[in-house]
Design a binder for this molecule. Structure first.
Ligand code: 0O2
Length: 212
């Protein structure tokens, strides 16, 4: 739909986004350290990979418009919680709760919101675990608080969400019924596949234990 910030607001937004980039790096560093820890000291690393992004100005403007909010830098800063976003891809859904627990207990972040779309999937079929954490950017930034969204999902859920997002974007939110139905069915199949893969993983673990 090409919603944009006006020139002055765009300049202000660029400055706001610097703050979010710094916050994103702080949180990513903690998560990368967790990844390093698992690789070095634990027999299995539940984290497959970590992705990060700063929401584009077009996407910020689109989301503000959708929510009926002013398309200004101040409004984005005040109302959007996912300007800085991190996605942690885990092998199995069970691993996600383990990582969530670690993030909850991380003293450098304050957890401000959690949504469990793993056990409570959206009507679309979307599954993921969402956390919003706050960090203090320190003296240089006048002790400003900044929010970062962390989404956790399996590779299969990520595959589904990426395709569904593309389809939704293509139809500008007006997805034909047959496509949303197809996507709901595939979301269920992906969920079953995730559970089967975990079952196989557990069986292999049992065999390994018997061999020891
Ligand atoms: P993008 O382009 O991925 O950033 P809020 O973000 O709090 O204003 P809401 O709906 O309360 O809105 O937040 P929620 O449910 O936690 O969802 C936020 C993000 O989760 C979305 O951001 C998507 O990334 C993802 N998401 C939520 N529902 C779906 C879904 O049905 N399908 C897919 N593919 N992704 C979903 P954005 O800004 O919408 O999109």
């Amino acid at each position: 739909q090409n919603i944009r910030f006006d020139v002055d607001e765009f300049e202000k937004l660029k400055r706001t986004l610097v703050k979010y980039s710094c916050a994103l790096e702080v949180v990513v560093t903690h998560l990368n350290n967790l990844n390093t820890y698992y690789n070095a000291f634990e027999p299995v690393n539940p984290i497959e990979h970590i992705k990060k992004r700063i929401k584009s100005p077009e996407s910020i403007a689109g989301k503000l418009k959708k929510k009926g909010l002013p398309i200004t830098a101040e409004s984005a800063d005040k109302n959007l919680q996912d300007i800085a976003g991190i996605r942690i891809i885990c092998a199995y859904a069970k691993n996600i709760y383990e990582i969530v627990e670690i993030i909850r207990n991380q003293p450098d972040f304050t957890l401000v919101r959690e949504k469990d779309y793993l056990n409570h999937p959206k009507e679309s079929g979307y599954r993921s675990y969402h956390l919003i954490v706050e960090i203090n950017l320190g003296r240089l930034f006048g002790d400003q608080i900044c929010q970062v969204e962390i989404q956790l999902r399996t590779s299969a859920m990520d595959f589904w969400a990426t395709l569904e997002h593309k389809v939704k974007y293509k139809y500008d939110g007006q997805m034909p019924e047959y496509l949303s139905h197809e996507l709901q069915i595939s979301a269920e199949q992906i969920h079953e596949l995730d559970e089967r893969m975990y079952h196989i993983h557990e069986l292999v673990d049992e065999i390994n234990e018997d061999l020891i």
